[in-house]
Write a protein that binds this ligand. Sequence first.
Ligand code: FDA
Length: 390
Amino acid sequence: MSDFDAIVLGAGAAGLFCAGVAAQHGARVLVLDHADAPGKKILISGGGRCNFTNLHTAPDRYLSANRHFAKSALSRYTAQDFIGLVNAHGIAWHEKTLGQLFCDGSARQIVDMLLAELAKGGGELVCGDAIRDVAHADGRFAVTTSRTIYEARQLVIATGGPSIPKLGASGFAYDLARQFGLKVVHPRPALVPLTLGGEEVLFRELSGVSAPVVATAGKASFAEAALFTHRGLSGPAILQASSYWTGGEPLWIDFLPQAARDWLLDAKRTSPRATLRSALRDALPQRLADVLADRLGVDGMLGTLPDKPLRAAQERLGRWAFHPNGSEGFAKAEVTAGGISTAELSSKTMEASNVPGLYAIGEAVDVTGWLGGYNFQWAWASGHAAGRAI
Ligand code: FDA
């Protein structure tokens, strides 16, 4: 049996960072993971270059049942703080777009940095050991693994959410939370491609075509690229909107976000011999222009057509309703929305109010960021909050 001040379950972004912070502040920390190596999601993130934070990090870029919860941790450990750490480790980085920061080299540098920070504080890491049981008695937690029993006064749940199970992701955090009487906000795939059925399967013939659009789900709109796939819709605009999309609701796409309000009526005047198809081909990838023109069914030279169908066509192109029949699920979701309810967690320390010494951080918690480095920034910020409290 081994005794620690804190056991951190999960050697992902949040767990490794939290443990490093706690260890450097004098705590005896153990990080435990059932996977054979730490930080597997970090390694595949950002196309292998890890989009490790976002310069525009702000609480309104996170979804949660309590939209105020993330404020405290995000303000006390900021994107600039993490950039300072990355710089101190000599990791070169660049801004790709929209405040998204990536390593110039490889995501492996971020994992190595987190491991170095853990080692600096004397923290221990055990991988490839399955957790069989977690018990709590007399103010102490006992974690029974396939090999031994570890004990500590404090336990941090940092086992993430169930997205991408083939990397070792699981719903273990939720089982553990429920065991300790914490509530779980229904987990659902987020930042996930959406699937099309019915007659919208016709759009699948556009597989591989992408275009800059504005995608809207609920009250949230995102101006980025959309990509047609052999199953439906993907690309950054769709992934972002998917987090706000509720099954059964439409997803709206503005295919011509840059166009003037009456662009088709203007085209009728300036190019009366043009057709809707040729006008669309000027603005969109040809295959997309053709499919949209076919579906709008407005034929003939613009100059010969009445204004009414042209106005209807331009309105539909600016607010095209898709009716996704689902998403590609946890197997393809970049993150999980929902998770351990923030209602019973301290926003300052991430400690559970009804179980002193129990903490939850990272994706396991009901805080989900936009695409673009926001989720890692939440992992660092929530990990830092708990790490300082341990
Ligand atoms: P994370 O999932 O990283 O770690 C959880 C750890 O717990 C894992 O090591 C796992 O093995 C372990 N674990 C799970 N169940 C366990 C059990 N039962 N027992 C023991 N251990 C267990 N975000 C971002 O900001 N920028 C980006 O570029 C990307 N890119 C990206 C690409 C892809 C393909 C995916 C799937 C995700 C991203 N993300 C991202 C999201 C980001 O990876 C994610 O939000 C963080 O990794 C969450 O960090 P956590 O530490 O909370 O969980």
